[in-house]
Design a protein around this ligand. Structure first.
Ligand code: 2P0
Length: 339
């Protein structure tokens, strides 16, 4: 039997991916840019084994058996890795050997915090180790599991290039700077308690492509400029510039969600209170020290510099006390360094 175990972290987008130009290959309509969290507290962990004695391919996710061969995205990743290993002559065992894969997220999947990104990045990297191809370009394979997964294979700030080729070979994730470039860049996750079921990212973005005019405007006219400007801000350690671009892009992404027909409302009242809180905090400080971004759910990710973490956490605790009753939403701060 051959066995490998790996971990992969969550990434949070500053410039969002929202909309595909090819559903199966998962090719996006715009570039996106994210930061990968440097923490073991929020990551996926996967163990993959291949053996002559396994009768079937089996997968467990957080301890529960889940479909394997019926999962088209999973099968696509496995097949791509097997083809790569065969082409490179790196197989240590017969390609016919079945796989057993067990994957876990150590953060609440219900919180909707980019679990598929870390999950597919981890799955692809673990299988690549098993097949001996871990040094090859893997982001194009992880992308076919879940688009945002291609950004979790690198540390630090990562750009997912939309690419122009029809086969997706140039739709890759690559680091913008070295992973150690911005050591005092921090993130605080505010977990807003929300049990309401929301539209999944996959179907929400599909509906947006079909119905939102604002989506086309953003992809063509706003994202290219924002990507260039945010890379410039990262290279120059210009936090206020990065913060403004991030907040504007988050706001526009949620405007697109509402411009979708029927609309998707991912943020809730607490999310909007967090937006107001951040702007008030920055006004009080006289400069932009804090930035928010929201994904396809109500939880907030705040970006800030290390020197401002304790003041921000104190202000958060003051504005959003944690001791509210069961039915009331709450906010929790987790400082995490990104590098
Ligand atoms: C992002 N999100 O850039 C954006 C912002 C959510 C909001 O990437 O269909 O789960 O599997 O490619 O990767 C979530 O999309 O969607 C996402 P699929 P995925 O982080």
């Amino acid at each position: 039997m051959f066995v490998e175990t790996c971990i992969a972290p969550v990434n949070i987008a500053l410039i969002k991916y929202w909309g595909k130009r090819h559903e199966e290959l998962i090719l996006p309509i715009n570039d996106s840019l994210s930061v990968t969290l440097n923490t073991d507290e929020m990551c996926a962990k996967t163990t993959a084994a291949a053996s002559a004695s396994f009768k079937d391919n089996v997968m467990w996710l957080n301890g529960e058996k889940v479909p394997f061969e019926q999962n088209a995205r999973l099968m696509r990743c496995v097949k791509e890795l097997q083809q790569l290993a065969t082409a490179k002559g790196k197989l240590k065992f017969p390609i016919e050997w079945k796989l057993h894969i067990a994957s876990r997220n150590n953060f609440p999947t219900a919180a909707g915090l980019a679990s598929s990104a870390a999950g597919y990045a981890c799955l692809v990297y673990t299988l690549a180790q098993l097949y001996g191809v871990e040094k090859e370009e893997l982001t194009t394979i992880a992308r076919q599991g879940s688009g945002s997964a291609c950004r979790s294979l690198h540390g630090g700030f990562v750009r997912w290039h939309m690419g122009t080729r029809n086969d997706g070979s140039d739709s890759i994730g690559s680091p913008v700077v070295s992973a150690e470039h911005w050591q005092d860049f921090h993130i605080i996750i505010l977990v807003v308690n929300d049990s309401r079921k929301k539209t999944s990212s996959t179907s929400g973005m599909k509906r947006a492509v079909e119905t939102s005019d604002l989506l086309t405007h953003r992809a063509q006219h706003c994202v290219p400029q924002r990507i260039a400007a945010v890379i410039d801000a990262i290279k120059n350690h210009d936090f206020p510039k990065l913060a403004e671009i991030t907040m504007r892009d988050s706001n526009q992404f949620h405007a697109i969600a509402l411009d979708t027909f029927p609309p998707c409302a991912y943020m809730n009242d607490v999310s909007h209170a967090i937006v107001d809180f951040v702007h008030a905090f920055n006004k009080e400080a006289g400069e932009i020290k804090l930035a928010y971004t929201f994904d396809a759910g109500p939880n907030a990710c705040l970006f800030l510099l290390e020197k401002d973490v304790s003041a921000a956490l104190a202000a958060i605790q003051n504005s959003f006390p944690n001791d509210a009753g069961d039915s009331v939403e709450y906010v929790k701060g987790i400082p995490i360094r990104c590098e």
